[in-house]
Design a protein around this ligand. Sequence first.
Ligand code: NZQ
Ligand code: ZN
Length: 389
Amino acid sequence: MNQDFTYFNPTQVFFGKDAMESLPAILEGCGESILLAYGGGSIKKNGIYDQVMEILTRCGKQVTEFSGIMPNPTYAKVLEGGALARACQADLILAVGGGSVIDCAKAVALAAVEDGDLWTKYWIEKQAPDCDPIPVGAILTMAGTGSEMDGDAVITNEETKVKTSCWDYAIYPRFAILNPAFTYSLPEYQMASGIFDSLSHIMEIYFSPEDGDNLSDDLAEAIMKSIIRNTPAAIQNPRDYTARSNLMWASSLALSGLLSPSKTEDWEVHQIQHQLGAYYDCAHGMGLAAISPAYYRLVCPYGLPKFKRFAVNVWGIDPAGKSDLETALEGIDALAAYIRDSRMTATLRELGIPDDTQLADIAATCARRRGGYHTLTQAEILQVLRESF
Ligand code: NZQ
Ligand code: ZN
């Protein structure tokens, strides 16, 4: 751990089958007016909405509903939520859903207390908030993004076709209720998408300097192996609590800051996926799965020792009699096989992108990150997209 670092995570986590029982005590200090943020209605079908409403009513809260938050939430939806939060003078925004709902709630926390062009200030210029956002609490229904325990709010501006995040400690959820059983009702496609998202978060951090003996890489390998081991069980039996609980905690830890100390972090796969998402409204984790093998094959020669270590330590590839490059590429082949075996989307066509006509525009508008082993040129981003098609 040769680089200095600051570690802080302000989210209080309540984890397990009975985690919801903590909600009344948590709500005691949270004020009277609650903005209940949720998505397209899955929480009404699986009964979570009824559970939450029963507790909020029992605790005497005034509830205003902010529903219809779409996957890949838009800036227009953020402004709608901000107006609603002001009208009801919300004391707390309670987000019940996956990453889209929680991200939107964090953005609404800003939009409720500040006027003006927030998009430019927070999402483009990445300024630190000079206001006090409304506190956010999260009840997670889909594991993957880590939004329940981080300070990112990823929002799509439909007018400018840009999807990007703003980050600050001020918008971390104050608390997160994580009940793995709440994910039982997820369609397999969304579950697999979330699983790959969490794996990708770890790889984005892992495939970057420093590469010497450091605890961050050791922890990353342990969590990646847990995700890979638990994936088949979660797919075979959607009610496997052990698998769901391991996968949920893994995804929360992945972006909690735990793995970041001493790492420069890459995040180019996420930049490419976010622009794919801005052009095509696709499931975030599935987009990452479709482009990751091509991306890592391109970057592999620039970070060969780490890709070899990934192959051996994470995928159990035997390096005997092979060159470092052969071993490293076998590791990426194993990742690609895991993607196919886990019924994740292995190509952009499988993701639902009908033709390659927009790929050049997507590549041209992609941000280029410098934290990994190789900073891609715009032409190389296009190459990754074409090879993933
Ligand atoms: O709309 P609802 O009814 O909530 O249904 C959702 C949605 O259709 C459904 N779902 C969620 N929980 C369910 C369920 N259906 C049945 N049973 C349940 N228990 O699943 C669908 C997808 O939900 P969504 O919230 O969009 O998925 P996810 O959690 O993958 O979030 C994706 C968003 O998060 C951003 C992504 O870019 C994307 O916009 N990210 C946020 C990050 C962060 N805050 O740190 C980091 C990530 O890298 C990512 O960028
Ligand atoms: Zn992600």
